[in-house]
Design a protein. Structure first.
Lengths: 164, 372
C-alpha cells in the first residue's frame, strides 16, 4: 500500500531539510536561547539569594538596633533613677537641716520664754508681796478703827486661846 | 501513566473508524442502488475513500481552493538522461513530458507510445518537491524565522521578562528542558541533546499544526507520512547508537547478572528492541496523525455521502458533521501537542538510557515505555 511505503524523494528532502534546520537552529537559535535562559535563571537565583541575604542583614541590623535601644533605655532608666535618688537625698537633707534649724530656734525661743517667765514671776512675786502688805495694812487699819471691833477681835483671839 | 490519554484516544479513534466504515458501507450500497436507478444521468459517483486517500497522500501539486492548484517542481534523476527539472503543470491530466508521466501520483517513465516502461521507471530517482516536501520546507523556514528572531530578542533584552513571540515559545522550551530532557537524561548530560530535542519537538509540532490548517500553506499530511516519521526515528536511532556508552551496549549484548542460558533468549530480544524502539516511534506518530486526518475527513465526507442520497438529508447531516469535524479539530490540536511531546520524551528517554552511568540502577520505566 502506498501509505506505508516511504517515498525516497521525501526521505531525501526530509533528511536534508531536517539536518539543515537542526544545524542552523542549534547554532543561531537554541544555543543563544538556552544560554540566555540559563543566564536568566542564574540572575533570578542571584537576585533571590541577594534578597535573602539582605533580609538576614536587615534582621541582624534590626536586632542590633533593638539591643542599642534597650541599652539606651536601660541607661536612661539608670540616669533617671540616679536623678531621683539625688533629688530624694537633697530633699531629705534639706528637710533634716530645716528640722534641726527649727528645733534650735524653738529651743532658744523656749529658753527665752522661760527666762522671761521667770523674770515675770519674780516681779509678780515682789508685786504680790507689796500688795499683800498694803492690803494687810489697810485691813488692819479698817479692823481696828473702833473699840468694839478691837474688843471683838480680842475676844475672838482669846476664844481660840485655851487656858490649859 | 502518561500514555493513558493516548490509549484512550486510540480506542476512540478505533471505534470512530469502525462506526464510520459501518455507516459508509450501509449507505454506499444504498447509493449504488440509487445511482443504478438514476441510470447514466449522473456522471461521477462520490467516492469518500478515494477523496480521503487523495487528501492524505503526497502529491505533485498543491491544492489551494476549488480547481486552483499550485504546480510544484518535478525533479527526476535517471542514469540515462541525467537530471530533469520541470513544473508539474506539464504532467497534468496524464500528459507526457520528457518521456515522463504521472500515474497515480507517481512519476513514471513512458515509452513513446504512451505505455509505462517499468524497467526505466525502476531506474528513476524521483526527488521532486512534492506537497509534503514543500510543507517541510515551509515549516523549516518558519522555524528558522521564529526561533532566530526569538534568539535575537533574547540577546537584545537580556535578563528581562519574555515579550511577544518569546513568551509563546519560552514555556515550551523550558518545558522541553525541565520536564523532558532533565528528568530523562540527567542534569549532567542533558545539555548535549537539547538542540536535537527542541528541533524535533518544534518540527513535529509545527508540521502537526500546519496539517490542521485545511488550505495552503497547510493541508498536507506531513507527520502522517511514513517517510517523514521514519527519517525522524532514524535520527533518534543514530543519535542513541552513537552516544551509547559501554554500559548501554553491555546491557544489550550481555545483561549483567543474568545466567548464561537466559542470555540466549534475552540478547536477541534486546537487540530487536534496539531497532524496535525507533520503529515504534515512527509508527506511533504516523498512525496518530494519519488517523486524525482520516477521521476528520470522514466526518466531512459524510455530508456528501448523505447529500448524494437526498439533498435535505445532506444538509441536516452537515450540521452534525461539522460539529464532529470541529470536535476532531480540537482533539487533533491536543494530539498535535501530545505526539510532539511523546516523540521528544521517548527520544530523550532513549538518549538517557544510552548515556546512563554504570553505577546507576537501570531506569525501570525505560523498558516499559519503549514497548508501548
Amino acid at each position: 500500500m502506498d501509505l506505508v511505503k516511504p517515498a525516497i524523494g521525501l526521505i531525501f528532502w526530509m533528511t536534508l531539510s531536517f539536518g539543515i534546520v537542526l544545524f542552523i537552529l542549534k547554532k543561531y537559535a537554541w544555543k543563544p536561547i538556552l544560554k540566555s535562559l540559563s543566564d536568566r535563571d542564574a540572575s533570578i537565583q542571584d537576585a533571590l539569594d541577594t534578597a535573602k541575604r539582605t533580609k538576614e542583614e536587615m534582621a541582624a541590623l534590626k536586632s542590633d538596633n533593638e539591643k542599642l535601644l534597650m541599652q539606651a533605655r536601660a541607661e536612661r532608666d539608670l540616669m533617671m533613677k540616679e536623678a531621683r535618688d539625688t533629688k530624694d537625698a537633697i530633699i531629705a537633707e534639706a528637710k533634716s537641716k530645716a528640722a534641726l534649724e527649727a528645733n534650735k530656734m524653738i529651743k532658744s525661743a523656749r529658753e527665752a520664754i522661760n527666762t522671761e517667765k521667770l523674770a515675770a514671776i519674780a516681779e509678780l512675786k515682789s508685786q504680790v508681796a507689796t500688795l499683800s502688805v498694803d492690803i494687810a495694812e489697810k485691813i488692819l487699819r479698817h479692823e481696828l478703827a473702833n473699840d468694839d471691833k478691837q474688843k471683838a477681835l480680842m475676844n475672838n483671839l482669846l476664844k481660840d486661846v485655851n487656858l490649859n | 501513566m502518561k500514555f493513558i490519554p493516548e490509549i484512550a484516544l486510540k480506542t476512540i479513534m478505533k471505534y470512530a473508524i469502525h462506526s464510520f466504515i459501518y455507516i459508509a458501507l450501509l449507505f454506499s450500497t444504498s447509493s449504488f442502488a440509487n445511482s443504478d436507478a438514476k441510470a447514466e444521468g449522473k456522471s461521477e459517483k462520490f467516492n469518500a475513500g478515494e477523496l480521503i486517500i487523495d487528501h492524505i497522500s503526497d502529491s505533485h501539486e498543491w491544492h489551494i481552493a476549488g480547481d486552483l492548484v499550485m504546480p510544484l517542481p518535478v525533479i527526476v534523476y535517471s542514469s540515462k538522461k541525467g537530471l530533469s527539472v520541470f513544473s508539474s503543470s506539464h504532467l497534468e491530466h496524464g500528459e507526457v513530458y520528457e518521456g515522463l508521466a504521472l500515474r497515480e501520483n507517481h512519476v513514471v517513465a513512458v515509452n513513446p507510445d504512451g505505455k509505462e516502461n517499468e524497467e526505466a521507471t525502476a531506474a528513476l530517482w524521483d526527488i521532486s518537491i512534492t506537497k509534503n516536501t514543500a510543507t517541510i520546507l515551509f515549516s523549516v523556514f518558519l522555524m528558522c524565522f521564529v526561533f532566530i528572531s526569538v534568539a535575537k530578542s533574547y540577546s537584545k533584552r537580556p535578563d528581562m521578562a519574555p515579550k511577544g513571540l518569546q513568551s509563546w515559545v519560552e514555556p515550551l522550551i523550558v518545558f522541553v528542558r525541565d520536564d523532558v530532557a532533565k528528568p530523562s537524561i540527567g542534569e549532567k548530560k542533558y545539555a548535549r541533546y537539547m538542540p536535537y530535542l527542541l528541533t524535533i519537538f518544534f518540527f513535529i509540532l509545527f508540521c502537526n499544526l500546519l496539517g490542521l490548517i485545511p488550505f495552503m500553506p497547510g493541508g498536507s499530511n506531513v507527520t502522517g507520512n511514513i517517510a517523514v516519521t521514519m527519517t525522524l526515528a532514524v535520527f533518534t536511532f543514530i543519535i542513541t547508537s552513537v552516544s551509547g556508552n559501554k554500559h548501554y551496549w553491555k546491557h544489550i549484548v550481555a545483561m549483567p547478572g543474568v545466567p548464561g542460558w537466559v542470555l540466549f533468549l534475552l540478547t536477541p530480544i534486546e537487540i530487536l528492541g534496539v531497532f524496535l524502539r525507533p520503529f515504534v516511534l515512527m509508527i506511533r506518530l504516523f498512525a496518530n496523525i494519519l488517523a486524525g486526518h482520516i477521521i476528520a475527513l470522514s466526518f466531512f465526507c459524510l455530508i456528501f455521502i448523505f447529500a448524494e442520497m437526498n439533498k435535505g438529508v445532506g444538509y441536516s447531516v452537515s450540521v452534525v458533521s461539522i460539529a464532529f469535524t470541529v470536535f476532531m479539530g480540537f482533539l487533533e490540536l491536543l494530539v498535535a501537542f501530545l505526539q510532539a511531546y511523546v516523540f521528544t520524551l521517548l527520544s530523550a528517554i532513549y538518549f538517557g538510557a544510552a548515556v546512563e552511568e554504570a553505577h546507576h540502577p537501570p531506569h525501570p520505566d525505560t523498558e516499559q515505555q519503549g514497548l508501548i
